[in-house]
Design a protein. Sequence first.
Length: 354
Amino acid sequence: MRLRTALFSTASALSALALLSACGSASGTGTTSADGPLVGVDYPRSDTDFWNSYIKYTPDYAKQLGLSLKTTNSQNEVAKLTANVQTFISQGVKGVAMAPQDTAAIAPTLDQLKAKKIPVVTVDTRPDNGDVFMVVRADNRAYGEKACKYLGSKLGGKGKVVMLQGGLDSINGRDRTEAFNECMKANYPGITVFGEATNWDGAVAAQKLQTDLTANPDIKGIYMQSSFALAGTLQLLKQRGLLVPPTDPKHVFVVSNDGIPEELKSIADGKIDATVSQPADLYAKYALYYLKAAIDGKTFQPGKTDHDSTIIQVRPGLLEDQLSAPLVTADGGTYDGVPSLKSTDTSLWGNNLG
């Protein structure tokens, strides 16, 4: 996801608003009380199924870990994120979790938190600069590679595909885009890729996909870097008579990223073909786990964890816990060496939402 850059000069004004909303009833904001340390979690947005699921999981895991919780919602604006952090500081939090999608603009805020000795865990994205205690995300390059291998296998190494990119000011958008392109070039040189920057905006994605389908009616594959483009893509395919079962020669193979319930249902119904399940539940769990660990003075080293993930050192002093994010398909098959889970697998968080 993406946080649109705004003028930092508005931060002080927004700080007052954030202070009010932190204890109010606005979507994605509030307080959870416990006996343990107080931590702040900023939600980046509440307009997608993925992030709404993350918001749902966070208070439950805070209770399990014995943490008191203050939450805010920066609503895709980096100035609001900056203001919300000021609110957290004024409330005396002992740690902060955030998802800074504009991964360059957040550096001054990270520097301020470091100076105040308040540990930070970033979720879903990795800051371009600045120190954090731990990054909690999945291997986003693997997202692009898994989508590439699936589409390359299904298309037999030939044809045309559209890649609906996220935002290239986000490490996630860059990782997924670069890995997909590199994989296609190395393994499927007979496939032409039309890359379309969308800034994580569903309307932009739909407009660009429509243009591509008009100019290239023989497109046979679509890679959506997030479920933000799901509804628009399905609508366009339906309008063009292309929303047909995989057994129909007119079928366009669609791969998404996120693993939300609607994607899993669409796979089972034959409307899309695959997704990479980004673990909203584990993002919430381990963001808070590492905040508590930081407050308790614990440290970590690169290597395998006890929760099916690997901690890597991104750069000196910056560690990233890369959580498991499996490819999901209708049949649970293996595609050019990439294993997958069935869309009905009960281990997937998207099948376990109440």
